[in-house]
Design a protein around this ligand. Structure first.
Ligand code: HEM
Length: 269
């Protein structure tokens, strides 16, 4: 294809995002989660995993319990792939995350095309590379350090929990992190600091609830206020939305690029 029209793909992604039959009325959150889980398998040491390859099309990766529910996101994007068959799944999934962040009122995330779809199952990263929500700061740091992220980038990235919710039929956890789950805001940090979080058991798993039992946090979210270094950054982002937006855009753009190599002619900003 000599002149692939990425803007046309962006427009088609924008059109499917408002969806009154889905959760809080938007596909945005699950598209952001798809882009993140496609990319967050990266291991900087072995240089394996990451968004390049779209290996979540294969059983080894799609059946990782961490990816439960993402089949819906992949299915929603299928008609767009059919309409623009020249785009790789790896580019489509990452671009959908970027478009969703922007459509929900978040920052413009830098994105480049050029990912290629791997041909077979054997190229999947092993299961278990994505973070475990039941764990605390040590695990969260270890998983994101493995991808190549520092404390500031970790806290910025998890701020995406401003949007969307947990589902009993997927992770087993239940509820939204903020009162505005279809708006990309700094509310995640504000709520983390503001509410009196206490434990609650759902489906045999411990999560945290506010006093009115309207909002939730995962143990891995609470890690951001339990750890004093993380907490300083949470406090900064709660006060300074622009700092969060700038740092999120840079860190999410970096996440989507992990493990992506292109021949020079293919790179296009
Ligand atoms: C410590 C790291 C993280 C953990 C343990 C974690 C865990 C989870 C869990 C358990 C869910 C609920 C899934 C469901 O039941 O549907 C979820 C949803 C979500 N996560 Fe994370 N996550 C982490 C980091 C991130 C990052 C870095 C991003 C994006 C940059 C992200 C974006 C989302 C979004 C948007 C949703 C909502 C999906 C929806 O509404 O369908 N998460 N996460």
């Amino acid at each position: 294809m000599s002149n692939p029209d990425y803007d046309a793909v962006r427009e088609d992604i924008k059109k499917i995002i408002p969806n009154k039959d889905w959760d809080d009325g938007s596909l945005g959150p699950i598209l952001v989660r798809l882009a993140w889980h496609a990319s967050g398998t990266y291991d900087a040491h072995s240089k394996t995993g990451g968004s390049n390859g779209a290996t979540m099309r294969f059983h080894t990766e799609s059946s990782d319990p961490a990816n439960s529910g993402l089949e819906h996101a992949r299915k929603f994007l299928e008609p767009i792939k059919e309409k623009h068959p020249w785009i790789s799944y790896a580019d489509l999934w990452t671009l959908a995350g970027v478009v969703a962040v922007q459509e929900l009122g978040g920052p413009i995330v830098p994105w480049k095309p050029g990912r290629k779809d791997k041909a077979n199952e054997t190229e999947c990263p092993p299961q278990g590379r994505l973070p475990d929500a039941s764990q605390g700061e040590k695990h969260v740091r270890a998983v994101f350090n493995r991808m190549g992220f520092n404390d500031r980038e970790i806290v910025a990235l998890v701020g995406a929990h401003a949007i969307g919710r947990c589902h009993k039929d997927r992770s087993g956890y239940d509820g939204p992190w903020t009162h505005t789950p279809t708006r990309f805001t700094s509310q995640y940090y504000i709520q983390l600091l503001k509410q009196n979080w206490t434990t609650k058991e759902v489906n045999g798993q411990v999560q945290y609830k506010d006093d009115k039992d309207k909002l939730m946090m995962l143990p891995a979210d609470m890690a951001l206020v339990w750890d004093p270094e993380f907490k300083k950054i949470v406090e900064e982002y709660a006060k300074d939305k622009q700092a969060f937006f700038n740092d999120f855009a840079a860190a999410f753009g970096k996440l989507l690029e992990l493990g992506v190599t292109r021949s020079s002619g293919e790179a296009r900003l």
